[in-house]
Write a new protein. Sequence first.
Length: 172
Amino acid sequence: MDAINLLKQDHQEVKTLFDTFQQGDADKSVIATEVCRLLTIHAQIEEEIFYPAVREASGTDDVDDLLDEAEVEHASAKELIAQIEDVGESDDLFEAKVKVLGEYVQHHVKEEEGELFPKVEKSGLDLETIGAELEKRKKALLGEAARDIAPPGTKGNRRSRSNRNGGSQQRR
Ligand SMILES: [Fe+2]
C-alpha cells in the first residue's frame, strides 16, 4: 500500500472509533484506549518516517510550514492522550477530552488530506517504498503496544485487540 493510502486508512479507522464513541453504545473506556493507542502509533510513524521523507523530497517553504504545524499539533494531541490514558473514565472531563481529541484529529485529517498529501503526490517521493516502511514500523509498534497493555485490569483491551484481529490489522 502506498504511504498516502496507509495514512488515510489510519485516519478513517480512528474517525470510525470517534463516531462509535459519540454514539455511546459501546464501552467508552475501551474505545478511548483504542483511539489513544492507534493515534499514538499514527503520530509516531508520521514523525519518524513520513514527515522527514516529505521534508527532504519537497524542500519548499509551504510544505515545511505544514510539517511544522503538524508537529505542534501532534504535541498537543499527545498531551491530551496522556491525560486520557492516565485517568480514563474516572475523570470528570473524560468525555470532553475525548471529544476535543476528536476535533484535533478532524483538523489534522483536513490539513493532511486537503493540503499536505496533494503536495506530496506532486513531489516525486517514492510513496510505495515509504508506505512499506510505514507499514513495517506500524506493525512493530502495534505489537509493542499490545504487550504494554496486557496486565493489569485490561479485559477491555484484550477484547478490543481480539476484535481488531478480525479486521484490517491482522497480525501474522
Ligand atoms: Fe495523519
